[in-house]
Design a protein around this ligand. Structure first.
Ligand code: ADP
Ligand code: MG
Length: 642
């Protein structure tokens, strides 16, 4: 017995109470007494006895009620009912019903009473242990439940994070079983094929719309999946047809293995490379064009000096010869030389070393004015349609070169439609309203991707010798690039071709072209001109033309010679070539102006880096080589009169 195991002995009759107390104390129990129900309840509350020995018959409250109340308030207190009078089985039942743990008829043997109390104490101890076990069990369950809930929450939010990562990624991602059955696909990948998850899940990966619209692709993917299923990480660059066009990807198939190394799934991933590949191709193309441009530009420069001399001299023969036959020959040669000059100007336009007259142009007016020309050049088999968007703002461009570009495109279209067809020339504002689009479309033979890739190259032609120069599209390219625009070819074999020029809108309005009257222009006061050019032939013809016109001309083959001549000659106008060895035209001008600030200048040039020339020339007039004598005369006159 432990010290807190007190026995409360409740009986209103003193003698039996005493006997019970004595018997219990003799067996080592600690006993306190109560004579009424009320006293019993008070003691139970304050002493918390282990066992209450409860007589049924009490003067104030019935023993049953005391028992019931005790059991409801302190269930751990054991109640042993005793009675000398209520000994029937009903009264015993009634006692047990009220919650008593046992019932003992009085008077009982002292040993019997002690045994009964001991039995109750054992039960109580066992119950105590059970109760405390229960409490800790409860606590443990609670703890485990919270832990579990926490783990589940963590799992949930981690899964959610993974979902978010997957669904916001630009990379196409998915998951499939080792046999290729698709189990999941992220949002980017579904948007790529404009499909819902339900459309693809459960299907073999290679039979999904990512691949089915591209010939040969399903077979290739199936083979790749098989390799991944065998444990290999497969990486491939692919180009596929998706709803919004052809797109390129770096694709990988990664096997997922369990801890035994068995493949339990495959992760397909694809990173889009369309833009990068396009940018790389564009860069390669522009580098190539730049290189070819420098080459052709240099060539054209020499050519222009040559042509200046040829044209000038032929003009002399043509105008001075008294013999008709000679005049005719000279005329023919002159025409041929002019064609040569057109060719070099096309080359220069392409190489971008010839600064074109880019200003604001009314594209509709230019193209509208070409109707007759196009009808004539295309012949009756081709139906020409114009679709010109009304009210277009002016665009950046060179009117003459733009006209030539459209003509070049139309001639290509004609060549592509030997049996006739339709040609559509269209103008429109771009969707972002920042540029103007000019497109020329035909229903002809079309081009292979290889031809498209090289079409802008100068001298690239697929036409028989004598028919094609390979300079048409180069000219188109040069004009558009100089205007700061772009040109694209959309063509398929057998499906026709559409070439689209995209020209930036002009910030300033259209400037009316100012044409100098070619009617000459002689020198009346025999003004003094100093000509600086390193090319002997050019110098020779220019001097001759100007002397004929009555000017007093002095020539210099280079910068230092010119500066030396300045001191004693004192010219009204300095005609100076731009590209010269040792000292270029701009340097000569700077030095000359240091001596005579009012000196008038006319630049001559057959070739020059546009930017360098522009910067050097400033406001000074510029005459392009090759020029005809009449053009030279006009330019000199207007430079002097400015
Ligand atoms: P050319 O016309 O002298 O051959 P271009 O530079 O104008 O030179 O064109 C280059 C090549 O591009 C042509 O030889 C032809 O193969 C192809 N090409 C250009 N335009 C078209 C078109 N409208 N249809 C089909 N092929 C074209
Ligand atoms: Mg052509």
């Amino acid at each position: 017995m432990t010290p807190d195991e007190t026995i409360l002995n409740v009986d209103d009759e003193e003698t039996p109470r005493y006997i019970k107390r004595r018997d219990l104390e003799a067996n080592g129990f600690h006993v306190i007494d109560a004579a009424t129900g009320a006293e019993a309840l008070r003691l139970i509350e304050h002493v918390e006895p282990a066992v209450v020995l409860l007589d049924v018959q009490l003067p104030d409250i019935s023993g049953y009620d005391v028992c019931r109340y005790t059991k409801s308030k302190w269930p751990e207190v054991m109640v042993l009912m005793t009675s000398a009078t209520f000994t029937t089985s009903e009264s015993r039942t009634q006692g047990l019903d009220a919650g008593a743990d046992s019932y003992l008829v009085q008077p009982a043997e002292p040993l019997e009473l002690a045994a009964a109390v001991n039995a109750l104490l054992r039960i109580r101890r066992a119950e105590d242990i059970l109760r405390s076990l229960n409490v800790t069990l409860d606590a443990q369950v609670k703890e485990r439940t919270t832990e579990l809930a926490r783990a589940i929450n963590a799992l949930k939010s981690s899964a959610e994070r993974m979902r978010t990562l997957l669904s916001t990624s630009y990379i196409f991602q998915g998951y499939m079983a080792p046999d290729g059955t698709l189990l999941d696909a992220n949002r980017a990948s579904l948007e790529g094929i404009q499909a819902q998850i339900g459309d693809v899940v459960g299907r073999p990966f290679w039979e999904t719309p990512w691949f089915t619209a591209t010939p040969g692709m399903p077979e290739a993917i199936r083979e790749a999946v098989e390799r991944a299923a065998a444990g290999e990480t497969v990486q491939q660059s692919i180009v596929v047809n998706l709803p919004d066009g052809e797109r390129a990807f770096d694709m990988s198939l990664r096997p997922v293995k369990n801890d035994k190394g068995k493949v339990i799934g495959i992760v397909p991933e694809a990173v889009e490379t369309t833009q990068r590949l396009k940018a790389e191709a564009a860069l390669r193309q522009s580098m190539k064009m730049e290189a070819i441009g420098q080459l052709t530009g240099g060539l054209a420069h020499d050519f222009n000096n040559l042509l200046t001399a040829v044209i000038g001299n032929l003009d002399f023969i043509r105008t001075r010869s008294v013999e008709d036959k000679v005049r005719k020959w000279a005329e023919n040669a002159f025409k041929a030389a002019e064609r040569g000059s057109k060719l070099t100007s096309q080359l220069l336009a392409f190489s971008r070393t010839q600064k074109l007259d880019t200003g604001a142009v009314d594209v509709n007016a230019i193209i509208g004015g070409m109707r007759e020309l196009l009808d004539q050049s295309l012949g009756p088999g081709v139906i020409v349609t114009f679709e010109l968007a009304p009210g277009l703002p002016p665009a950046v461009g060179d009117a003459n070169q733009l006209e030539l570009a459209v003509l070049n495109l139309a001639l290509n279209a004609r060549d592509a439609m030997p049996d006739g067809g339709a040609l559509t020339v269209k103008t429109a504002l771009s969707s972002d309203a920042k540029s103007l689009l000019v497109s020329v479309a035909d229903t002809g033979a079309g081009m292979s991707p290889e031809v498209v890739a090289r079409a802008f190259d100068p001298f690239f032609t697929t036409k028989p010798t004598g028919k094609g120069t390979g300079l048409g599209l180069s000219q188109v390219y040069g004009v558009v690039r100089q205007a700061g625009g772009e040109v694209t070819i959309d063509s398929k074999i057998g499906r026709g071709t559409k070439v689209t020029l995209c020209l930036p809108l002009a910030v300033h309005g259209i400037v009316k072209e100012r044409r100098h009257d070619a009617a000459v222009t002689r020198s009346v006061k025999s003004e003094k001109l100093l000509l600086v050019d390193d090319d002997d032939d050019v110098r020779d013809i220019v001097c001759r033309v100007l002397a004929e016109l009555g000017y007093d001309v002095r020539e210099a083959a280079g910068g230092s010679e010119a500066l030396a001549a300045l001191s004693d000659f004192n010219p009204d106008l300095l005609l100076v070539d731009f590209a010269m060895p040792n000292m270029n035209g701009a340097e000569v001008v700077t030095a000359a102006r240091a001596r005579n600030a009012d000196l008038k200048i006319l630049f001559l040039s057959g070739h020059a880096e546009s930017a360098a020339l522009e910067a050097a020339v400033g406001g000074a007039p510029l005459l392009r080589k090759p020029f005809r004598p009449a053009e030279l005369a006009t330019a000199v006159r207007s430079a002097l009169d400015s």
